[in-house]
Design a protein around this ligand. Structure first.
Ligand SMILES: [Zn+2]
Length: 257
């Protein structure tokens, strides 16, 4: 029995809830510029290593190139991931979805792996210098990849499902609640998992805002209440336990949904 509360004004004005959150096209364009500059830094670093650019002591230049390379890659990846939250790619084509969501990590490899190889095979530096600059480059590679991976990639299909699932929300059409510490969103005001969330952690907003905060799965209690089966927390796994993996404090005020 899903009672639908008188949802706020006209249902056609669903988009009115969506706060402007930046232009994904600009974010992507800036990301690409930063990545090109990052790879340029790498090339300059390699030219110093090969002594194509000759200076008294090339070491500070190689280190500088590595650090600048790292900063440019990571900032670019941050913007790229942000753009994907605002304008998510479709996951109909799995390969394309992977490339679009993980492009930052791919660029990170391109921006550090070649220079690392040049460092490891270098014949000009003394052994000690070569070792620790190579370690630095290796650490930069790991950091760049680690910080560029999109650990929680989301698709346009996720967003479409969220819009459908939140039509019957108790909080108004397209309005959902979530905890900043969980991965799910809620639409049922009596949900036991929702009511256990501490006020400090509780957020309310449009589907789009929840999506941008990576809360793309519906809480299973809320889904059960509204008879929703798609885009639900844990729906992919065979796990059928009653334990809501929602907030950090799971023990107090337990009350079955
Ligand atoms: Zn819920």
């Amino acid at each position: 029995m899903s009672e639908k509360k008188t949802s706020t004004p006209e249902t056609t004005e669903k988009k009115a809830y969506v706060k402007p959150s930046g232009n994904p096209g600009s974010f992507r364009a800036i990301a690409i510029v930063l990545w090109v500059l990052a790879i340029a830094c790498e090339v300059v670093g390699i030219l110093f290593i090969l002594q194509v650019i000759v200076v008294g002591n090339s070491l500070p230049f190689v280190i500088g190139a590595l650090i600048l390379d790292l900063i440019l890659v990571v900032v670019g990846s941050f913007l790229w991931k942000r753009a994907n939250k605002i304008d998510p790619p479709s996951e109909k084509n799995k390969a394309e979805f992977f490339i679009k969501t993980q492009l930052g990590a791919i660029i990170a490899v391109i921006a550090f792996f070649p220079i690392l190889i040049f460092l490891l095979t270098d014949k000009n530096m003394d052994k000690k210098t070569k070792t620790w600059v190579s370690i630095l480059a290796g650490v930069c590679l790991l950091l760049a990849v680690g910080l560029s991976i999109d650990y929680n990639p989301v698709s346009s299909e996720d967003l479409e499902q969220m819009v459908i699932n939140s039509e019957s929300s108790d909080f108004g059409e397209g309005i959902v609640k979530w905890s900043k510490n969980s991965k799910v969103y809620h639409t049922w005001s009596d949900c036991s998992a929702l009511n256990r969330i501490q006020d400090d952690n509780l957020r309310e907003g449009s589907v789009k805002e929840a999506f941008e905060a990576s809360k793309v799965r519906m809480c299973r209690f809320c889904a059960g209440h509204f008879d929703i089966t798609d885009g639900v927390e844990g729906a992919d796994s065979a796990d059928d336990s009653d334990e809501p993996a929602d907030d950090e404090e799971e023990d107090d005020g337990e009350e079955e949904a």
